[in-house]
Each structure stands twice: as structure tokens, then as C-alpha cells.
Design a protein around this ligand. Sequence first.
Ligand SMILES: Cc1cc2nc3c(=O)[nH]c(=O)nc-3n(C[C@H](O)[C@H](O)[C@H](O)COP(=O)(O)OP(=O)(O)OC[C@H]3O[C@@H](n4cnc5c(N)ncnc54)[C@H](O)[C@@H]3O)c2cc1C
Ligand SMILES: NC(=O)c1ccc[n+]([C@@H]2O[C@H](COP(=O)([O-])OP(=O)(O)OC[C@H]3O[C@@H](n4cnc5c(N)ncnc54)[C@H](O)[C@@H]3O)[C@@H](O)[C@H]2O)c1
Length: 468
Amino acid sequence: MSAVEPSAEHYDVIVIGAGAVGENVADYASRSGARAAIVEAELVGGECSYWACMPSKALLRSGHALRAARRVAGSREAASGQIDVDAVLARRTTFTSNWEDDGQVEWLASVGVDLIRGRARLTGRGEIEVDGRRYTARAVALATGSAPVLPDVPGLDGVGAWGTREATSADRIPPRLIVIGGGVAGTELAFAFAALGSQVTLVSRSGLLTSEEPFVGDLVAEALEELGGDVRIGASPARVDRDGDGIVTVELDDGTAIHAEELLVATGRRPHTDGLGLEELGLSANPEVDDTMLVRGTDWLYAVGDVNGRAPLTHQGKYQARAAGGAIAARLAGDPVDDAEWGRHVASADHAAVPHVVFTDPEVASVGLTEAAARDAGIDVDAVEHDLGAIAGAALHADGYSGRAKLVIDRARRIIIGATFVGQDTAELVHAATIAIVGEVTIERLRHAVPSYPTISEVWLRLLEAYN
Ligand SMILES: Cc1cc2nc3c(=O)[nH]c(=O)nc-3n(C[C@H](O)[C@H](O)[C@H](O)COP(=O)(O)OP(=O)(O)OC[C@H]3O[C@@H](n4cnc5c(N)ncnc54)[C@H](O)[C@@H]3O)c2cc1C
Ligand SMILES: NC(=O)c1ccc[n+]([C@@H]2O[C@H](COP(=O)([O-])OP(=O)(O)OC[C@H]3O[C@@H](n4cnc5c(N)ncnc54)[C@H](O)[C@@H]3O)[C@@H](O)[C@H]2O)c1
């Protein structure tokens, strides 16, 4: 298939970064016979497996399960003990394979993708260098993920603050933890550590989870306070110090000061392109891509997953990877590329239906546009909301269930373009909404999609009735 005879250093496609996304690009690109290699500087499996999704959800899950048992009379009486912190940390470590990547390395070998260990740098069109060795390829895909963005706060550099990596790999629970950042990572980890026994103070300059529907942040903040957390909204850190006893002090811009054994900073992420050599090739450090993930202005370089900033979530990056891997294979083989909207080789859903779940308690599960985002985009919408606690299935699920659901409906097209569910165990509700959005199912047809009784999904009936 390649123009040059295969050799140890030449490939059809080289993927830089073996996170979940890079692995899928390499797999899909090589399925029809292209020779593929993947370069990894740290652990094969990337952030999600070792320092993000898996360990954070493992840290959260036991607290959720315990509280769920305590919300139902009968099981409540049986679940009166304390959470076993050591068992939770051990389970978390199991889910990270003890930060060893042998299993992932074996999988790469099983799909015929060569692994090159080291840090890669682009040196020219289709040329890379890893630890002084040169490799060439007809196509190169960047899947180098994202890096944390730290706020510019005096003193922060010198206090050994945790980032999400240190928090998700922690081997002890600090008595007190300050979290700066009310986004997804900060809020989830605040719940995890509060449930595991830390006295958590969450500092957020705006509300919590502000890109969601407005009621989301309020419900989540209320729940964190019920767990014993101290939520400081509208405050920003002005100065940070750690004293000789190891205690961190964060002075806030409202004049107050808070103290803790550890400080976690979770204030967003940016594309990780440092040292890749993009600028030297005349390319932007924030690569912009088309819907096949081809970097604009090139015909050989792709950027997939967190690195392109489109939808920094594992499932969405893997979806991009399936599209891009297929597009790369087709282009290398001279086959047609199915790049019409919703075609096989494009990630059209990035623009219309990105589902995401925040694994707080209540969970936040949403997809598509919020009402405000839809209106900002100039779409004429209606919105309906319903109390999840009033649904029979929810009342059975947990005594005193509280939660809320909302649909955003495009008036002209009579289809759903956004949905939000907040409440215990709502994560599994959102895929129905994703299918409705991607399938552009009309409101009239949705009335024939009957949820089982008594499930929480019956909220769909109430929402559609409210739309009448
Ligand atoms: C705390 C936290 C929790 C999260 N929870 C969830 C969740 O529950 N669900 C969800 O969908 N998403 C979650 N995310 C987001 C998710 O982790 C990312 O979207 C996902 O990891 C992106 O995958 P990726 O393959 O693009 O990048 P990464 O997983 O970051 O992989 C990039 C890889 O590239 C390697 N690399 C970088 N530069 C080079 C180079 N020059 N040469 C060689 N190798 C290089 C890195 O070492 C890394 O292994 C979470 C993120 C955080 C921070
Ligand atoms: N369950 C999940 O799917 C999940 C969980 C965690 C993280 N993630 C992914 O990881 C990404 C990164 O998460 P994140 O929470 O770091 O980012 P985020 O963008 O969700 O939140 C960042 C927060 O930091 C605040 N902030 C930014 N700069 C600040 C400053 N200078 N001072 C004070 N506050 C500041 C913002 O106001 C915001 O509240 C998310 O976008 C998401 O894609 C996903």
C-alpha cells in the first residue's frame, strides 16, 4: 500500500499519543492493511485510564453506592457503617492496573500496531523524530491529549498543589482539601474526597458547572453542602502559601482565608502540543481540523481527541478516532471518503449531540445545546422542565428522590436539540436523548416511544405532555 518499501522506519500512518483516542485511530487506520505505528511518551492508555475517567469514577462509585443504599428504607438500616477508604483506594488502583500498561501494550500487538516508546516531534511533512530516531509516514495523526491550565495566583507554584493526576492517584485522604475550580473535574473530585472523609472547600469564581442549564449548579452545590462541603461561589484565590507544618493557606479575594492539608487545582485544560514542532512547520499550536480531523491547510496531518479541543471527552474522542482512522485508511488506499454530513468518515455529532455525564451525586447527564446556547446560536426554541422526584420510578428508586429534567426543542424542526437530567442514576437516561437528537426524531414520533413503568424514563412522557 505505501509508496516507499516498508522498512523499520517507514509506516503508512504514525499516531503520536497512545491514549484511548490514539489507540483507536491506529486500530481503525490499520484495519484495511495500512502499516501503523503509535508513539507514546508515558503509559499506553493515556490520561483516561490512569489519571482521569477510570480512577476518578472508581473514587466516586463507593460513596454513591453507600448513599443509594441509605436512601431506601430497609437497606438504609443495613448500610449504617463507615465507608472503607482503604478498600476504595485499592479498587481505584485495580482500575488503573496499578499504573502499568502491559495489558494495553498486548492489545496494540494483537491489532498489529507497532509501539514506539518515547516523545515524538514533527520534523517535516510526514517525518517525526523520537529520541534521535527518524520515522516517516504518509499520514501522521496527533492524539497528544490536553494539559492542565493553571491560574496565575501568587505563591501557587511553590506549594506543591495537586492537579487532577495527584488527586486521582492519591494514596491517602487529606483531612482537609481545598479545590479551586467549579468545572467538571473540580466538582467531581470535591464529591469524591468529601465522601471519603475530607473536609472539602470548593472555590469557584462563578457557579458550579456553568456550561450546563442554570438549575444544575444549584442542585449540585446543595448536594455537596449536604455532604459536608463548603462551597464558595464568586470567590477567587488571591494568594497561596504552605507553612512549615505543611498546612496550605488560600487567601481569597473576598478577604477570607482557608486552610487545608492539600490543595487541588482543576481550572481547565488546553491542547497538549508543547514540543511537537507545529510552529516550526508553520502550523498553529492549536490545530484546527475539518470533520475528518484533517488539520486545515495540510493533506497529511490529523489531530484527534482532546488535542483538537472540539469535545474533550473520551467517548467523543474515540468517535472522532473511528471517523479519522477510517478516513486515513480510505485516503491511503485511494478509496472514496464518506465525508458528507453524518457520513462514516466525519464526526458530525461533535456539532449537535455531545453527551456528557458529571458523576457527582446527583449525577448530571446532558447532551446537545442548553436553552441559552441554542438562543445564542439564533435558534428559535421552546424549553420544558419537569421535577424528576414526581416520577413514580424515581420515587421507588430512592426515598425523597430529587432531581430535574429539561428538553430544548427546535420550534421550526419540531425536534429535540438539547436535554439535561439531574438526579441519582440519571447517567443512563441520556443516551435516549442522544439517539433522539442524532436521529432527528420529531416530537410527534417521540410520543410513540413509550417508557416502561415504573422507570425514571417516564419523565419523557411528562416532558412531552408539558410541551403540549
Ligand atoms: C480528572 C478527569 C476526569 C475525567 N473524566 C472523564 C470521564 O469520566 N469521561 C470522559 O469521557 N472523559 C473524562 N475526562 C476527559 C478524558 O480524560 C479525555 O477526554 C481523554 O483522556 C482524551 O483522550 P486522548 O487520547 O485525546 O488524550 P490522552 O488520554 O491525554 O492521551 C494522550 C497521550 O499522548 C501522549 N503524548 C503526548 N505528547 C506526546 C508526544 N509528543 N510524544 C509521544 N506521546 C505523547 C501522552 O503521554 C498521553 O498518553 C476526564 C479528564 C480529567 C482530567
Ligand atoms: N465526567 C467527565 O466527563 C469529566 C470529568 C472531569 C473532566 N472532564 C473533562 O476534562 C476537562 C477539564 O476539566 P476541568 O474541570 O479542569 O475544566 P472545566 O473547563 O470544566 O472547568 C474549569 C473551571 O475552572 C475555573 N477557572 C478557570 N480559570 C480559573 C482561574 N484563573 N481562577 C479560578 N477559576 C478558574 C472555570 O471557571 C471553571 O469553573 C473538561 O472540559 C471535561 O471535558 C470530564
